[in-house]
Structures are given as C-alpha cells and as structure tokens.
Write a protein that binds this ligand. Structure first.
Ligand code: ADP
Ligand code: MG
Length: 273
C-alpha cells in the first residue's frame, strides 16, 4: 500500500513541521484571504502554557478569523500555526508532511475548546445532553462516566440544578456557562473565546466572566477576543491590539491600556475606555 492511500489527501511541504518554540500556540506569518479580500496580513504571536491572552480591536480587523485559524476552522492562505507542538492541518509521517482531511482536522481540533458570541448549544438537548454529547460521540466515553463528569462541570460553572433544562429555558448567561462546560468536557489544552459576553444583557456579563476568571486561575491557557477591558486588565497576562489584519501592539494589559504606544491603539482605546 502506498503512503498516499487511505488517510492522506495531498502531499504538501511547507518549510517543515517543527515548531520554533515550545509555546502552546505559535502563529508564524499567518495570512488569510477570502477571495481578493486580505483579512489577515501576517500574524506572528505565541501563547505560552497557562497564559491568558486577550485580543482587542475594531470590528472587521480579523479577530474572529484569527481565532478560527487557530483551530483550523479556516485554512491559512499562507503561514504556519502550531498548537501543542502540532502543525495544524498537517501530519508528519516518515519525515514528510501530509495535509489532513477534514475529518482528521476535526480530530486534531478536539484538543481545543471554543466558545462563540452566540450561544450555540444544541436546542434539542438538555444542558446535560449538550455536555455529554462530544465525550460520548468523539471519545466513546461511557454514558455514566460522561454524566458524572458533566455534573461536576455544571457544578463548576454554577449550574448544578440545571442539568435537565433545555437551552430555551436558560438565560443567555446560563447558556453561555453551559457552552463553557461543554467545551471543558473534552479536556482541552486550549480554550478560545470569541466575544463570549457581547450578546448578553449587561446584568448577565459578570456571571460568565466569573467562570472565565476561575478557569484562568486554574491554569487554563486561553485566547479571548473581548471588549471587556476591565477583565482584560485584571485577568489577562497579555493584551494584543489588532487592526486591519495585523498585530499593531501587544504587551502587559495594564501597560497597553494605560500607555498605548501606537496611534491606532490610542484611537481605539479612546473610544472604548
Ligand atoms: P472581527 O472579528 O475583528 O470583527 P472578522 O474576522 O470577523 O473580524 O472579519 C474580518 C473581515 O473578514 C471582514 O471584512 C469580514 O467581512 C471578512 N470575512 C470574515 N469571514 C469571511 C468569510 N467567510 N468570507 C468572506 N469574508 C469574510
Ligand atoms: Mg468577530
């Protein structure tokens, strides 16, 4: 049987598969185009294990696209991206790089949790059902074990009494906390959040941020696109300001927020702070 049968599609060889550092996430010169639209214009950054990175920037600057590139929901136009030492979208075999199929990318991505702005729970499943679904389907975890774990997670996000509730019976804040529990059920090494509180009524924002703060204190590596500057300052280890598909400025949140160096960062912060 040839190497190219079965589990491989195309053979492609970007410059190599070895990550340039042992950071959990390494983005190297990441470009993404949609047709002629150049959305990401060369992003370089690293997220260390246990780091909480907050990404801020104007609407349309490419923040969501970059998050989606991290877990390979979007294929890069150019550049390379590693998560946990793995070059996303590729597999190395006998010294050669093979481009993964969609189903294989899904397996590579199962180590990464993602929480979106819109609560995207399965409407026909209870909170418990939402949380046990992936461990049972993807990891083949027995129901009893998945259920016990889901109950622990519901406890952790402050919803021990909502196991049987359906999404429509939950507030936005509660749905978002279930979404976080659902992502955690896969025991990810990285959690991505795309404006997790932007669609919430103001009085519900705090309960979701509290869960995220707990996660951060527990040592989870997190990349969070957010407009919550107070949270970024308090919980973030680093703050990245993106504009027009590029990282304009980054650093310790309190420093970037109080003393932005770049004119574009200053203009953005003067509008949101
Ligand atoms: P942000 O999250 O910072 O608001 P996005 O990453 O959502 O920015 O979008 C950046 C740009 O890419 C926008 O101009 C948007 O319209 C465009 N874009 C995003 N996704 C797609 C897509 N699937 N097809 C075409 N254009 C897209
Ligand atoms: Mg966005």
């Amino acid at each position: 049987m040839s190497e190219q049968s079965q589990d491989v599609t195309a053979v492609k060889a970007p410059e190599g598969a070895e990550p340039p550092s042992d950071a959990l996430v390494v983005a190297e010169n990441v470009h993404k185009n949609f047709g002629r639209l150049e959305v990401l214009k060369g992003i370089d950054l690293e997220v260390e294990r246990g780091e909480v990175m907050c990404i801020v920037g104007p609407s349309g600057s490419g923040k969501s696209t970059f998050l989606r590139c991290i877990n390979h929901l979007e294929k890069l136009t150019a550049g390379r991206l590693w998560v946990n030492g793995e070059l996303m979208g590729y597999r190395q075999k006998r010294g050669r790089l093979y481009e993964l199929r969609d189903s294989e990318i899904a397996a590579q991505r199962s180590d990464i949790g993602m929480v979106f702005q819109r609560f995207n729970l399965f409407p026909h499943l209870s909170a418990l059902g939402n949380i046990t679904e992936a461990p049972m389907q993807v990891k083949r975890m027995p129901r009893a074990e998945a259920t016990a774990k889901a109950m622990e997670l519901l406890e952790r996000v402050g919803l021990p009494d909502k196991a049987d509730a359906y999404p429509e019976q939950l507030s936005g804040g509660q749905q978002q906390r279930v979404a976080i529990a659902r992502a955690l059920a896969m025991e990810p090494s990285l959690m991505l959040f795309d404006e997790p509180t932007s669609a919430l009524d103001p009085e519900l924002v705090g309960e979701v941020l509290d869960v995220m703060r707990d996660l951060a204190e527990g040592g989870m590596t997190m990349v969070i696109v957010t407009h919550e500057m107070g949270f970024a300052r308090e919980v973030g280890d680093s703050l990245v300001f993106m504009d027009d598909g590029m990282v304009v400025e980054s650093g310790v949140p309190s420093q970037v927020l109080s003393d932005p160096q770049h004119e574009r960062t200053q203009a953005f912060l003067s509008k949101v702070l």
